[in-house]
Design a protein. Sequence first.
Length: 93
Amino acid sequence: MGRLIVRLFGFELGDYTALIAPTRAEQAWQVSIEDIKARNYNLDIKNPHIGEQISHDPDELLIQYADEMKEIASLRDQLRNLLNDAILKAGAK
């Protein structure tokens, strides 16, 4: 990035480069022209400062719910088996 030097009638008024310096913040970021070209000039670029977002799509939520219910059932079965084994061992003594 070049420098912005303001002159008036030959007198240098100041260096204003900081005012045009690249802005990087949570709601402003830069994307290289190469990235834009690679995206076929699609400017719908997600904010890189925002982490993973939760989907509220009902179909995705139902799939996630079903997966979690399977995991819960598996853990419940493992716990049941451990408790049964402990009861059998305690009864054998």
